[in-house]
Design a protein around this ligand. Structure first.
Ligand SMILES: Nc1nc2c(ncn2[C@@H]2O[C@H](COP(=O)(O)OP(=O)(O)OP(=O)(O)O)[C@@H](O)[C@H]2O)c(=O)[nH]1
Ligand SMILES: [Mg+2]
Length: 658
């Protein structure tokens, strides 16, 4: 079954991550065994290992209410419970964004709920996730599916609050009230703002996170969903109903919040045209029904402005039934397996490639550099051995001559090191400049000023002005950083050029510092801010409330971009010079060793044989290290199983399994 396939692929992905982490651990051991260990590098590896263990693949489901998001989740992922696990019903059911995951830290199964009142404060959901103070945690009894179903009902609870309270919470929708004859005194609002459900289902244990969202303007009222959770998901499934077609509210949601997911060519946005069983007509032949469904897919694709290949006609309901009752024909007809195949064969591999590239970009060059350094030491030792073996030990003047030559070389070496230090100082000046533009304390001052100004003017116009000014300043800073980055790159290039001329050593190239990624992220953030601010779906009465909330989530992302860009500049400045520093150190060690050898033999402090034995021992040590580093390099660069022709892929699978 497709869901087993997804499970199997997730399992293989988890094994792959564990293997990479194990190899990075070996590299860490290697670094720790070095004379002057590089603590920062060791910490960086620690971070990568940590990020591999916390890595998740997030699939989000968005749609208007009652399109069948929750039913679809039940059908794709939880049919093995032989029932409808998550509550799905006619009308509005899911009340708050719900994440299903496996918490590897807590390990206990739970439902964790964040009260709706937390909307009144400035704290984002992401911040709440780091601090459990406000959450209500309920245990989840996984051994009994009945009890689980019962427990999940808590998530969909609502409560009655006064109109004033609903307004304060930013949850009273003026537009809806317009249809009512009289404005109600009390309204129903969701009891919870966010839910986290953790239990040890194999898919969730494999790192899958499923995000179920409520319909009915949820995307409008909780900006963090549109600014953070959806853009960071690896796949977004937008669900439509074949019975309703693309309605105006479906279209608004698509235009304002969903289609942006695929901007910049990003893959992973899929459209499920659900409830096709409502078109199954016993009185028509199956070809006619199929062609009607096809026709609706084509018109849906046209309305949304997307390729028809990304529209999947499905019946979540029949798919779930087919799985529970083991009716293969019904399951096939539900169209579910096709959608599931895209998740396992496209979305997951794409994610794995990204993680693999991140590991290679983050540490690949450094590991290669260590390996090259060990290889240089190995070659140097071999050369010394040859020199010793061919040396006429009785010829003192010859030894004196060799010593003098080597000392001269040492002096030249030292001048070059001085030159290197001077160029390095210039480079560090540029780095400092960039970091001043990315300084978080300065950004915070700017944020406070804008915030004050926005709070002073509660009109939409004032809010807009504040937001524009906010982005003007940070974009100016980003432009300055990019400009200085190009100067820093030039400095780095010239350091390398000189280094190659002086040492004529292996042709290593410096990595280029690019701020493009952060510029793009900031542009996207500004774009989303603009779209959100001007959106017609901003139907909530207390508009300034929502904009203020939105500003807060925008700000936290801008801070995050600054912090990451700052760190990138820092890492670049350090790691780009490491290859040179390592080569310099290796050259120095080699020179020192030669002087040592010659002096000892000249002073007859040691027999040539003793020294040769010693060198042979070092040679064996270097050989063992080289072998280990080669293995680490291979493990990290190993092609992924789905990037291989079938026969090789099988081999890799077996290797990962063993
Ligand atoms: N006929 C038919 N009904 C379906 C199908 N999928 C879901 N439904 C029904 O549609 C209704 C809504 O389904 P839900 O899964 O609760 O929809 P939702 O999108 O999660 O809705 P909210 O949680 O309110 O946002 C339920 O009564 C489901 O049984 C389907 O494939 N065919
Ligand atoms: Mg639902």
């Amino acid at each position: 079954m497709e869901e087993e396939r997804l499970s199997q692929q997730l399992h293989e992905y988890a094994l792959w991550k564990a293997d990479v982490a194990r190899n990075l651990g070996l590299y860490q051991n290697f670094l720790e065994s070095q004379d002057n260990e590089d603590n920062e590098l060791i910490l960086r590896i620690e971070d990568i290992i940590e990020s591999l263990s916390t890595d998740r693949i997030v699939i989000a489901f968005v749609a208007e209410f009652s399109r069948g998001k929750t039913e679809l989740i039940n059908a794709i992922f939880f049919a093995d419970y032989k029932r409808r696990l998550l509550p799905s019903d006619v009308g509005r059911t899911t009340m708050c964004p719900t994440e299903l995951l496996y918490d590897h830290v807590s390990k206990e199964s739970y439902i964790r709920l964040l009260p709706i009142e937390t909307r009144l404060e400035d704290t984002s959901i992401a911040e709440h996730k780091r601090n459990l103070d406000y959450w209500t945690t309920l245990p989840l009894q996984v051994e009994s599916p009945d009890k689980m179903v019962e427990a999940f009902k808590e998530v969909v609870k609502v409560k009655r609050v006064s109109l004033e309270e609903a307004k304060r919470l930013g949850l009273f929708i003026e537009d809806m009230a317009q249809h009512l004859e009289q404005v109600p005194e009390y309204v129903e609002v969701p009891m919870w703002r966010h839910a986290l459900i953790s239990f040890p289902h194999p898919l969730l244990k494999g790192g899958l996170v499923i995000l179920d969202t409520p319909g009915l303007n949820a995307l409008g009222t909780e900006p963090e969903l549109t600014v953070d959770m959806l853009p960071n998901a690896h796949a977004v499934i937008f669900v439509l109903g074949a019975d309703t077609g693309v309605t105006k509210t479906d279209m608004d949601m698509w235009q304002e919040h969903v289609k942006v997911f695929s901007s910049g060519g990003k893959k992973g946005l899929l459209v499920a045209l659900n409830k096709i069983d409502t078109m199954w007509d016993e009185l028509e032949n199956s070809e006619t029904v199929a062609s009607k469904i096809k026709g609706q897919c084509v018109s849906t694709a046209k309305t949304l402005g997307i390729d028809v290949a990304t529209v999947f006609p499905i019946s979540a309901h029949k798919g779930l039934l087919g799985k529970v009752k083991h009716e293969a024909a019904l399951l096939e007809r539900s169209g579910l397996p096709k959608l599931e195949r895209v998740l396992s064969d496209e979305i997951l591999p794409q994610k794995q490639r990204i993680v693999r590239d991140r590991v290679i970009n983050g540490i690949g060059a450094t590991i290669k550099m260590s390996r090259d350094s060990v290889k240089r030491n190995y070659d140097g030792t071999r050369q010394q051995l040859d020199e010793l073996q061919s040396l006429d030990v009785k010829n003192n003047s010859m030894i004196a001559h060799l010593l003098q030559m080597t000392r001269k070389e040492t002096i030249i070496y030292e001048t070059r090191v001085e030159n290197f230090q001077t160029s390095r100082a210039l480079l560090m000046k540029h780095v400092k400049e960039m970091q001043e533009f990315l300084n978080i304390t300065e950004l915070d001052k700017h944020i406070t000023a804008i915030r004050k100004q926005m709070e002073g003017s509660w009109t939409t116009g004032g809010m807009k002005k504040g937001m524009t000014q906010f982005f003007e300043q940070i974009r100016y800073n980003m432009t300055q950083v990019s400009y200085t980055a190009s100067k820093a790159n030039e400095s780095m290039q010239s350091i390398y050029k000189r280094f190659h001329e002086d040492f004529g050593l292996v042709d290593i190239k410096p990595s280029i510092l690019s701020m493009h990624h952060y510029d793009m992220r900031m542009d996207n953030l500004a774009k989303r801010a603009e779209e959100y601010r001007d959106s017609t779906a901003m139907t909530v009465s207390e508009q300034s409330f929502v904009i203020k909330k939105f500003f807060i989530s925008i700000v936290s992302h801008a801070r995050d971009i600054f912090a990451k860009a700052f760190q990138e500049v820092e890492n670049w400045s350090k790691s780009s010079l490491v290859p040179i520093a390592v080569q310099l150190k290796d050259s120095k060690t080699a020179l020192q060793r030669r002087i040592d050898n010659l002096q000892r033999i000249r002073d007859s402090k040691e027999t040539v044989e003793g020294r040769i034995d010693e060198l042979n021992q070092s040679l064996a040590d270097f050989e063992a290290r080289l072998k280990q580093l080669n293995e680490v390099c291979d493990a990290i660069h190993k092609p992924l199983s789905f990037d291989q022709p079938p026969a090789e892929a099988e081999d890799i699978k077996q290797q990962t399994a063993s």
